[in-house]
Design a protein around this ligand. Sequence first.
Ligand SMILES: [Zn+2]
Length: 617
Amino acid sequence: MWCSILRLLLIHARKFRYKIVSPALKYYEEVDDKRKSGEFENVLVIFTTVESNDNEKVVDKAIEEVKQVVKQVKPSTILIYPYAHLSSDLAPPAKALDLLKIFENKTSNAYNVKVFRAPFGWYKEFMIECYGHPLSELSKTIRAETGVIKREYEKKFYILTPDGKIYDPKNFDYNNYPDLKILVDKEVFGKELEGGVNRVNDYCRKFGFEWEPMSDHGHMRYGPHATVIMDLVMQYAWQIARELGIPVFRVMGTNMFNLSEKPVLEHALLFGDRLYELNVENNRFVLRYAACHQQFAMLRDWIISYKNLPFGMFELADSYRLEQRGELNLCFRLRKFYMPDLHILTRDLKEAIEVSKKVQEKIMEEIGKLGRRYVALYNVTEDFFNEYREVLIEFVKRENYPVLINVIPSGIYYWVLNVEYHIIDNLKRPREIATFQIDVGNGKRFNIRYVDEKGEEHHPVIIHTALIGGVERYIYTVFDTAALMEKRGETPYIPTWLAPVQVRVIPVSREYLDYAIKVAEKIMDRGFRVDVDDRDESLGKKIRDAGREWIPYIIVVGEREVKSNTINVRVRRTNDQRVMSIEEFIELIEEETKGYPKTPLTMPIYLSKRPIPSYQA
Ligand SMILES: [Zn+2]
């Protein structure tokens, strides 16, 4: 049972307990031992934030509103719980406490129910167990000191191998599976991760991915080099969504959703703990954390027949998560990022499982193209784990590598299976990149319907997936792969299709500039990103600068090339130099980038026309 009136959040709980931790404000309420902690059953918890404009009239109104709820749920106790996180516009502490006391007294008088008030001005821990629709689905701990919602439930971990055997993670032999061991150490045993300097950060900066100091923490800006990489990954994400072999619709939407819409609030509570909120006028909005909201809100207005299923909906969604400041990481843990989010509507669980196999295959194929592999964490509900064991084994067989299974009680989340695909990065840390989930809850929650052969309406089972992960996380993987090359003593590079400048043409002196331009234009005509270093610098410096930018191909032209109508190509990847014709070169680069999108240069072609960006200074 919930409602959100005048910054109140009402939750009818089977059990609720709290304990004060330490004062949160200079002005805090003195409390005697009796009120330092409390434990209640069948309790209506009223989370209360007093805002700067609130007054006694507001309290009266609140009591009226609460009355309805008390009548319905018949709690044995009412607990008024000061909770500063429902608004950012707080009343001064002394005034807030006064109004809370008034609220307490008036509540006591209004209902024939015991009323308690938790102490004001303290950091408190609390545990809540709810009943009643829809929060009966929730069993969560809200840590009041951070406003972070965390669910508390028993996790049971297993290792499932491709031959269908189940092991206790404590007894598994990890000798042949070092990556799995790293994941298990973190997820199961909570081992501290090794420190170290992450080379990926340097590479991010090299390519123009920087923090934007004039925004909130965790927001990046993307220079022209970074922008072209983003653009390509976005195009690619859409391309591979269409390669799944089912119809896919591409849409666009908004990024903020009103928390007074029931499905939005419920989805937010189920999603968890990193909601990024915004107050506008008198409304609270959640910034979307993926494309789910927009697509579901759109799909509930579509008329869908069973004949249309399965089909997908895709959006490149700007997404927001209020990650902790200490955990922010360029291109990986961001407060704003882009999610190439695909949702696939299916008739039922059976069809969802079949389609998920295609999704899984695509996810594995794509990471393989980067020369990497995933280690998987399967979060699965108890019911699914018991009833669909064979299906799980089949999925694990296709991984061709043991997976970590986390079994959680059924009914807590909206999914029955939630697979997280992690790479183990250059710091030997698991990093979640791709994911897919089988969702049995949101079809109903958002009232998305399809009509079957008999004309009856059903809610679809929905697959959520990011086939290559978030756009920035995919790029993180690319840079991390380069960091691993460097660790092995190789020249690091990124795939040519993603290089901001794929080819640089350098004339050995001014008199060969015309030939250099001619060469560049021929290559550009074929859709490649090529520029010309026309600066008055030495040849050595020009070659070094191109190397610093990781340009895959450097073409040097001078008298010999002009005479023989050839080019001299330095290949970053192999460190060799080759003389060839322009046509031969174009053939080579076409072959190398086959199957990937092309997009034009995001900078002027002549280096002399470019200022020095922050990240190259
Ligand atoms: Zn989703």
